[in-house]
Ligand binder design. Sequence first.
Ligand SMILES: [Zn+2]
Length: 314
Amino acid sequence: MRKDVAEKLIRQIMPMIETANPSDWICPFISARPVSVSTGKPYIGGVNSLLLSLLQVQKDYSSPVWGTANAWRKKGEEKKLPPVLIKKGEKASYVMWFKYIRITEQKEKDGEVITVTFPVFTGGAYPVFNQCQTTAADIDPAVFVKSIGQGQEATPDEKVEEVLKAMPGPPERKPSTQGAYYNVAEDTVYIPTLWKTPEEWAMTVLHEYAHATGHEKRLGRKFGRNGNYDYAMEEVVAEMAAAMVAQHLQIPFDAKQAMTYGACWAKKMAELKGALDDIRARGDFERDLLNAAMKGWKAARYILNISYDGDETE
Ligand SMILES: [Zn+2]
């Protein structure tokens, strides 16, 4: 990952973490998901979808369409518009890309040379601009969005159950009388039966299933013990994953609560690492936070059963 770009990405998020105070949060949920100008489709459930919807609200942009300067120029040509350029003085926002690349190596095994291929997960960040930052600001965003078929909307619980049916090798689920939690040893998710809203139920179920993706037979993350660094990081990973899946399913979840929860655990990570007052520790913390985002992304993909193969540039 290019270090300067990664730093810019982190600097976008840091203020939100440092002020992890529920009353400062604006509800970032918007009905239209962020759309990539190159494909005309919503960004696939992931960090970018979440990050861009937050930025759209924070910066008060009226369009959900985003793209690189190059993508805007190309789309303008394709739509036969006057040249679409980035307005002078506009600053880029940074989104992440992740990709599996295949590395091939020669190895010696039992006196024979064999070729092994293994996937390596890599990622970085790249600059994008909202439509409102371009000379195409006044054009109806619908011009850049591929229409999605209309149909009866499923309820949040129906959407979640549907997705969990497709999750490979899911954990067991049992009713609970002591709140929601995931038991690693039993590989079982415990969920209370009474809920105020289906949205609240959906977010909780997704959060606990996100923890379950960390089981050693799935993505194999470190769970840690209550109060330690790994534990705090796992909470950030699970909440990000839940938010990403909810965003992907267009479930109107309480994003304020989700972000506050995630940010509070991220702040806990920063405290445990001493990153709030030590600039060197801050670098380590920032790297771990990017890592947590990447792990959250992987967990979301695992739940959604979306493969990592191919180019996953979002
Ligand atoms: Zn949790």
